[in-house]
Design a protein around this ligand. Structure first.
Ligand code: ADP
Ligand code: ASP
Ligand code: MG
Length: 453
C-alpha cells in the first residue's frame, strides 16, 4: 500500500484538484491520501486571527472570502449527489471557525491554543472536499490518531501512541482513505495541536511508517527535489536519486521540499520516498532510498537557513574544550536549542557555534546560567553573538573525501568579497557548511551552485 501526500498548491485550485483526483483514482486501493489545507489558507487563517485580535472588523470579510473559496471549489469538483452533504459539513466547520474568530475579536486575545484550533480548520475542510471528490473514498480524522506531547514550546508527535492509533484506525482498510495532514491532538489534554508548519508531510510519514507502506509519495508543485530552490537558482536541476541522509541534511538546512521530521520514521522503516509533481505527473521525480546508486550525482544540492546566529565563547576556560563542549551542548539541549554548526577553537582560543536566530534568547540565557562562575572570575571573558547571518549547506554522500572542495568554495566566495564567517569542521561526511552575512546569501548560493553542480 502507498501513502500519498498532496501539498497546498496541489489542492489549491479546481484544476489542481482534478489532477489529484486523476492521480489517486489511477492507483489501486487500498491507498492513503494525506492532504494539506488549500494553498495559502493556513497563512490566511493566521493573518485573519491577527485582525480579530487587533479589533479590526475586516476579519469578517476575510472569513467570507475563505467561505466563498471553499464553496466555489465544492461546486466545481464534488459530484451532484454528494454536494449538499459536503456543503452542509463545510458550513458547519465555517460557523465553528467564525465563532472562534468572534471570541478572539471580543476578548482581543489570541492564545497559542486558540490559534492551533483556528489553523486546524484548513485541513479539516480540505479533507472533507477531497474525500467527496475521489471515487470510493472514506474520510479519517487525524485528530483521533495523530497524538502529540509538549516539548518546550513545541508540540511533537508521540510516535508510539500515534503508531498504535494509526494501526487501529486503518486495520483492514480496503478503500481510498483521505486524511487531513498537519493536525493532531495533545495525548494528555485532547486539545487540538499541530505538527508545525509544513507538517502534513510528517502526518503522511507517520502513517506510512506505522502501516509499513510500500512507499511514501510527496506530491508537490515542482518536478522533484532540485539541486537548489528553483525560486532562487533558476538553473537548478532535478536530482533523480538521493539517500535519506542527503535529503535529511538538505531539508534540515532549509530546503522546503520535505518537512524535516518527516524523513526519520520512513528512514527507520526503509520506506522509499518519491517527490512528484501534481502539475506534471509524468515527470519521473526524485526517489529517496537508503543507499547511493552507482550513477548518483556527487553533489545533490545546496540549501540555506536564513536566520542564523553565531555564538562565540572566549577566554582561557575554552582551553578545556571537552568540558566547554559538553557543558554548552547540555545547557542548550535542556532548553530545546539545537546547534547546527560548530567551529574552533582557533588560535585565538575561541569556540563558536551557530543556532537558529529564533533560538538566540534561550541560547544566551542557557550559556549565561551555565557559565556564570567562569564569567564572574574572568575564565570566560565574553559570549559574543553575531546575528543577521545565513548558513549554507552543500550536500552529497562522501563529499568530505574531496578535501579540496571546501577550500575551493571558500576561495570562490572570498574572490567575490564574501566574508565566510565560519565553516564546518564537524564530523558529517555528507555536508559542508558555510556561514555568510545574510545580505550576501543570494550571491553566495549562485556562486556555490555554479561551482559544484
Ligand atoms: P507543498 O505545499 O506541496 O508542501 P512546499 O511549498 O512546502 O510545497 O514545497 C515545495 C516548494 O519547495 C517548491 O515550490 C520550491 O519552491 C521549494 N523548494 C525549496 N528548495 C527546493 C529544492 N531543493 N527542490 C525543489 N523545491 C524546493
Ligand atoms: N497547512 C499547513 C501549512 O501551511 C501544513 C502543510 O501544508 O503541510 O503549514
Ligand atoms: Mg510542504
Amino acid at each position: 500500500m502507498k501513502v500519498l501526500k498532496f501539498g497546498g498548491t496541489s489542492v489549491g485550485s479546481i484544476a489542481s484538484l482534478l489532477n489529484v483526483k486523476a492521480i489517486v483514482e489511477a492507483i489501486p486501493a487500498p491507498v492513503i491520501v494525506v492532504v494539506s489545507a488549500l494553498g495559502g489558507l493556513t497563512d490566511k487563517l493566521i493573518a485573519t486571527a491577527g485582525l480579530a485580535k487587533d479589533g479590526d472588523r475586516s476579519y469578517v470579510d476575510e472569513m467570507d472570502a475563505i467561505a466563498s473559496r471553499h464553496f466555489d471549489i465544492i461546486s466545481a469538483v464534488v459530484g451532484e449527489e454528494l454536494r449538499p452533504g459536503v456543503t452542509d459539513r463545510i458550513s458547519e466547520l465555517l460557523s465553528e471557525l467564525k465563532r472562534r474568530y468572534d471570541g478572539v475579536f471580543l476578548l482581543r486575545e489570541l492564545s497559542a491554543r486558540t490559534l492551533d484550533s483556528i489553523v486546524s480548520f484548513g485541513e479539516r475542510m480540505s479533507s472533507v472536499i477531497v474525500s467527496a471528490m475521489i471515487d470510493g473514498a472514506s474520510l479519517h480524522d487525524s485528530l483521533n490518531f495523530i497524538k502529540t506531547e509538549k516539548w518546550f514550546a513545541k508540540n511533537i508527535a508521540d510516535q508510539k501512541i500515534t503508531s498504535e492509533a494509526i494501526c487501529t484506525e486503518f486495520e483492514g482498510i480496503s478503500d481510498r482513505a483521505v486524511v487531513p495532514g498537519f493536525i493532531s491532538t495533545d495525548r494528555d489534554t485532547g486539545e487540538i495541536t499541530n505538527l508545525g508548519r509544513g507538517g502534513s508531510d510528517y502526518t503522511a510519514a507517520l502513517i506510512a511508517a506505522a502501516l509499513d507502506a510500500e512507499s511514501l509519495e510527496i506530491w508537490t508543485d515542482v518536478d522533484g527535489f532540485m539541486t537548489a530552490d528553483p525560486r532562487v537558482i533558476s538553473d537548478a536541476v532535478v536530482v533523480p536519486h538521493m539517500t535519506f541522509v542527503e535529503s535529511m541534511e538538505l531539508c534540515s538546512f532549509g530546503a522546503k521540499v520535505i518537512y524535516p521530521p518527516t524523513i526519520y520514521p520512513v528512514f527507520h522503516k526503509n520506506i522509499p520516498i518519491r517527490i512528484l509533481n501534481t502539475f506534471n505527473p509524468q515527470a519521473p521525480g526524485t526517489l529517496i532510498t537508503d543507499t547511493p546508486l552507482a550513477d548518483d550525482m556527487k553533489v545533490k544540492g545546496i540549501s540555506a537557513i536564513k536566520g542564523t546566529a553565531m555564538f562565540s565563547i572566549r577566554g582561557e576556560a575554552v582551553c578545556n574544550l571537552p568540558e566547554i563542549n559538553t557543558r554548552t551542548f547540555n545547557a542548550l539541549a535542556r532548553r530545546g536549542v539545537t546547534v547546527f554548526i560548530v567551529s574552533g577553537p582557533d588560535n585565538s582560543g575561541e569556540f563558536s557555534f551557530a543556532v537558529a536566530e529564533t533560538d538566540t534568547a534561550p541560547a544566551k540565557k542557557a550559556l549565561e546560567t551555565e557559565f556564570a562562575p567562569e564569567l564572574s572570575t574572568g575564565g570566560i571573558s565574553g559570549i559574543l553573538i553575531e546575528e543577521n547571518l545565513a548558513t549554507i549547506a552543500v550536500v552529497g554522500e562522501g563529499i568530505r573525501e574531496d578535501a579540496r572542495l571546501g577550500p575551493r568554495i571558500r576561495n570562490s566566495l572570498l574572490r567575490d568579497s564574501i566574508h565566510v564567517v565560519a565553516s564546518s569542521n564537524g564530523n558529517s561526511d555528507t555536508t559542508l557548511t558555510f556561514v555568510v552575512p545574510l545580505p550576501s546569501l543570494g550571491r553566495s548560493l549562485k556562486i556555490i551552485h555554479a561551482l559544484v553542480v
